[in-house]
Design a protein around this ligand. Structure first.
Ligand SMILES: Nc1ncnc2c1ncn2[C@@H]1O[C@H](COP(=O)(O)OP(=O)(O)OP(=O)(O)O)[C@@H](O)[C@H]1O
Length: 242
């Protein structure tokens, strides 16, 4: 084992620069998610949080900088290869297939997994986290409430048993009772410890209750990072409160 292998076993973005066409959005973004950690990426609307997620999963090609995951440089990997390497992604909004059943949605999620896992079928842990999905297995995704669709979107990513889960604002626009279900699911994932989570989240309460580490992004630059319990009021006023 090399000296660095422990440090680099999780996800590491190093001086990442990315954007759309001529406009540069992310500037020298360096961040790390260590194995088993829940890391929260915070910041106001439009500062580049979703752009960061899309660059990690490979939907946006960085102009410079690098992304390493599980000890490999994945900067040039296709999104498909990143998924196969164990990175799951739940985009902002409830991006499920409304015409397919819950089971079919979950089976599609499983397609991202390596073949050994695919053969084993949808893991029980998915239903342990979201029991409602077992009850509604043969209903169409479109029949679910907004919050249940978000649960399905997370469950679909979990079906492939990712080692790193990227969650982009999973609580946005969701009723409080389901927010609790989703919080519980993230807590359960953290407790099991096999999957680390990078979470885009605006709720400070949630970030401070569950995250091991936070980063604050402002205009594409990481302006603060640390232990969430140490987030100062000044930091919150300056970079987080609208
Ligand atoms: N497809 C695109 N083409 C051009 N510009 C884009 C595109 N998507 C996002 N942007 C711009 O990039 C910047 C960062 O957007 P991004 O969605 O990453 O922000 P965010 O922090 O996730 O905000 P929000 O919480 O509103 O989703 C914004 O100025 C946005 O207008």
């Amino acid at each position: 084992m090399t000296k660095d292998s422990g440090v680099n076993a999780g996800l590491r973005l190093q001086a990442l620069e990315a954007g759309y066409g001529e406009s540069m959005i992310l500037r020298q973004v360096t961040l790390q998610v260590k194995p088993g950690q829940v890391v929260c990426l915070m910041g106001r609307n439009g500062v580049g949080k979703t752009t960061t997620m899309k660059t990690i999963i490979g939907l946006i090609k960085p102009r410079s900088g690098s992304i390493s995951y599980a000890g490999q440089d994945i900067t040039r990997f296709s999104p498909d290869l990143r998924a196969k390497a164990g990175i799951g992604y739940v985009p902002q909004g409830r991006d499920i297939f409304p015409q397919l059943t819950i089971e079919e949605n979950l089976l599609l999620g499983l397609e991202a997994a390596p073949s050994k896992l695919r053969k084993a079928g949808i893991p029980d842990s998915v239903f342990e986290n979201f029991p409602i999905l077992r009850e509604m297995l043969h209903r169409k995704g479109g029949d679910l409430s907004g919050g249940q669709q978000q649960q399905l979107a997370i469950a679909r990513a979990l079906a492939a048993e990712p080692r790193l889960l990227l969650l982009d604002e999973p609580m946005e626009g969701i009723q409080p009772s389901i927010v609790q279900d989703i919080e519980r699911a993230i807590e359960a994932i953290k407790k099991i410890g096999n999957t680390s989570v990078l979470l885009v989240e605006q709720s400070l309460t949630f970030a401070t209750s569950i995250a091991d580490y936070y980063y604050v992004l402002d205009k594409g630059v990481i302006v603060a990072e640390g232990d969430p319990s140490q987030l100062s009021e000044e930091m919150v006023r300056k970079h987080l409160v609208v």
